[in-house]
Design a binder for this molecule. Sequence first.
Ligand code: NAI
Length: 516
Amino acid sequence: MNSSSQQNQALPKSCIVGVIGAGTMGAGIAQVAANSAHTVILFDQSQEAVQRGLEFISSGLQRQVKRGKLTEPQRQSILDRIRPVTEIDALADCGLVIEAIVENLKIKQGLLAELEALCASDCILASNTSSISITALAAQMSHPERLVGMHFFNPAPVMKLVEVISGIATAPQVAHQVHATATEWGKLAVHAKSSPGFIVNRVARPFYAEALRIVEEGATDIATLDALVREAGGFRMGPFELMDLIGHDINYSVTCSVFEAYYQDPRFLPSLLQKALVDSGRLGRKSGQGFYSYADGAETVTPDDNLPSYAAPASIKVYGDLGVAEPLIERAASAGISVECLPIDGQEAFIEIGTVRLFLTDGRFAAERAATTRHANLAVFDLARDYSTSKRLAVAFADQSDDETRQATIGLFQALGITISILDDIPGLVLMRTVAMLANEACDAVNQGVCSVADADRAMIGGVNYPLGPLAWSDQIGTSSVFNCLNNLQQSYGEDRYRPSPLLRRMHFSGSRFHD
Ligand code: NAI
């Protein structure tokens, strides 16, 4: 193994990097390593596959030259550093070998046995597996301490994140050196303990699951939900657009694999709606039809935003501290609405418009809040990433409320320049429940020692482009608000799926935040 003085340092540029499997991921990883001045030996069992891999790299680099991101000589020298081979013996002098072959435990174990016999004892062996346990992969190795997960995201040259996965036997210095190497290669590296879904594929599950459930329950349509997640949440894509892009076969199988790996924990329950898409062959963009149609001339599906215009209220009262939604006060004042702020003791904050009360959703049905506060004219509004700029917001009305509630609520938000999406009365609406569940999952991963708070957030920003790390977002909303929302969701649905992580519960009682 490497000496301790080298343990936190990247592998030297003189280190030859072997990449096994010249498919989608292997070709991308070879390009990343060659781009960082390493000599790369790209091995695949089939000549055709290596050739295809090289062409894939070459055309990708060509596009970069066209966009002015790379010069032609740079492109050529990256390509010159990649040596395509079809004999495994060519990997004998490598200092790091990354395998990106078919996702099959037995086949990967067989390959690792061959590599152990072939490579020097200080050669680090890495696997790009997305779902197999690093601990299980290493089980039959003579030196399991030298195996580490190096989980790139597709497309590897573009996506910033690399999850560095330690199995039960992985030597810490191996994980540190691979982390430093990935960083040197321009990647955002995070450490994770080998566990189902690692960080990203675990923490991201609720992003899809809650959307699927909300639509399954008929609370809104796919286009409205996607628009809310993009425009109110600041995510680059809505969950339905993203699932169509990933492919429902892949997305559904990742969910099933995480669900099974966690012994059918209801938190990861797969969706029957998504299964129906898979069963019918509606796999998303690649099959021309998923939630949306991608056929030539298909109509673009957009949210139905045609609400009548209602008068803006002349004045509103704000009782208590609206917390994360406070910027709405400033926005109302800027819209010429007179705002009176009043204290309220021990009760939840709300906005009052005449007889109407507006609350930030807390994971309960609006109907339940109307019943418990004995105030029928009640509406709830959703979380927004930034209430000072958000152009869209979801609201729901208590079944007990009257027409005036509807008109006053819509009138207020219209005056603020916010497009309202009216949802059926579901607990936690769209963003609050999604973000609460993402934060809960990230928190549980931290609680189980899978990753640090910082790495959980970094992984979700770098791996799936979230606008904010879920734990930083929880800090913004308030630990107790997130905890209460989950508790209420658990109560509303009567399901364990929404149970708060023990760490979140503890932090709620100690008044703690994730980040200082
Ligand atoms: P792929 O099917 O595009 O490529 C696999 C390549 O490995 C093929 O070229 C095949 O000829 C070669 N191969 C198979 N068995 C081999 C062996 N015994 N020796 C040498 N070459 C062999 O697969 P893809 O998508 O690149 O995935 C590879 C690995 O990366 C899998 O473990 C997968 O779970 C993981 N991964 C995939 C991601 C994706 O989005 N496709 C993302 C992150 C990880």
